[in-house]
Design a protein around this ligand. Structure first.
Ligand code: SAM
Length: 375
């Protein structure tokens, strides 16, 4: 493993993507070619190159690694009196298992630029925070005025609900238009699903979040900005759910969300993702009440598969969520089998909403919120 690469988050954006996201910024707002632009972590300089090609003249940059520049500059020591109309690039991301890839506020307490100047108090007290959050928070302080913008490549997991809330709150204090762009291309050489976040103020989209997902076609949805704090705003899965959610009633009407105790073992299990599809009926001689719903929660091929398991006899591996049926449906063989059947007919739905991190995995609430029509 190349340590430096992971410590400094050196995952360079492919040029085709750089062009795409810069065009996106320019599509939403017209900029004079003389605006002041900052690329806070320019690496190989691919953002600066494309911006110059577009005619922008006034570009400054920081890069900490002397391998890429004769004048290395730590962005966190870059003076805050420098203000910009546009701050654009791909900041380093923290890799959760590389401890040096986090931002440690204390490290800068004795430096000429105390992090208290750009971190909210809650974060200042933390031992460590994610590097991309520190980059966003400091960039907010470099903005010239309310017309300025930040456009960053970010791990798409940044937009998962409840994550990075302090940073999201600081963003929307100043900038009331958010655009999140995602497409089906590979953005960097690491297997990190990325997106592009634009944080700015656009009169027409004041207090809005715009989610855009592009594959063969471009899909877009405009939402209230408050959703950034409450919802998962990943364009691909959000738009997929919006276009493909069936009509009907949420499964939470039929299923309980209380944790279920069931027999689990990797070695002795008789049920796994590969044979769960053989368990979609309740045998006639069995007690219907003993049958619970098991849905595969991970795995590229089997995520979303459903079966009915006997809670007293069956042993599962750990690939499942197991749900009890609500009391009023617990003795209803027909409903239990029908729910199982509908889930299996819609396995593609579950495959398509699993873009949060690299591997395919769904959450319990993805199942509970899934709508079905029993008629
Ligand atoms: C994800 S790469 C992005 C480079 C470029 N923007 C791109 O998209 O190709 C992040 C860059 O940030 C640099 N970097 C890491 N910490 C930094 C810091 N504190 N100040 C400035 N640059 C930093 C790394 O060396 C790396 O080149």
């Amino acid at each position: 493993m190349n340590e430096k690469k992971y410590i400094l988050g050196q995952y360079f954006t492919r040029e085709e993507i750089v062009r795409k996201v810069i065009d996106l910024i320019l599509e939403f707002k017209k900029y004079d070619k003389n605006i002041r632009i900052l690329e806070p972590s320019f690496g190989t300089g691919n953002f600066i190159k494309v911006l110059r090609e577009k005619g922008f003249k006034n570009i400054e940059g920081c890069e900490i690694d002397p391998a890429f520049t004769n004048t290395p500059q730590d962005f966190f020591l870059y003076p805050l009196d420098k203000k910009f109309d546009l701050i654009v690039g791909n900041p380093p991301f923290t890799k959760y298992n590389v401890k040096e890839s986090y931002f440690y506020p204390k490290k800068y307490f004795l430096s000429p630029l105390h992090p208290g100047n750009y971190l909210p108090r809650d974060l200042l007290k933390r031992n460590k925070i994610r590097m991309e959050n520190a980059f966003i928070l400091k960039s907010l302080k470099h903005l010239k005025d309310e017309n300025s913008a930040i456009g960053f490549v970010l791990p798409i997991s940044f937009f998962i609900e409840g994550k990075n809330l302090e940073t999201k709150k600081m963003i929307i204090k100043k900038l009331r238009t958010i655009i999140v762009y995602q497409n089906d291309k590979k953005w960097v050489d690491e297997p990190i699903p990325c997106g592009f976040g634009i944080f700015t103020n656009i009169e027409e989209y004041r207090d809005k979040v715009i989610l855009i997902y592009e594959n063969e076609e471009k899909m877009k949805v405009v939402l209230n900005i408050s959703k950034i704090l409450t919802d998962e705003l990943i364009p691909k899965s959000y738009l997929y759910k919006k276009h493909n959610n069936l009509d009907g009633e949420s499964l939470s009407k039929f299923l309980s969300d209380r944790p279920v105790k069931y027999k689990k073992s990797y070695i002795k299990n008789n049920i796994s993702g590969s044979n769960i599809l053989e368990r979609t009926k309740i045998p006639d001689e069995e007690n219907v009440k003993d049958y619970y719903l098991a849905v595969v929660r991970v795995g590229n091929a089997s995520v979303g598969r459903a079966g009915l398991i006997n809670i007293k006899k069956d042993i599962l591996n750990d690939m499942f969520y197991v749900f009890a049926f609500k009391e009023e449906y617990n003795n209803n063989k027909e409903i239990k089998e029908k729910i199982c059947k509908i889930l299996n007919e819609n396995q593609n739905y579950f495959k398509n909403i699993t873009f949060r991190v690299g591997s395919k995995s769904i959450k319990k609430r993805d199942i509970l919120n899934f709508k079905i029509n029993l008629k």
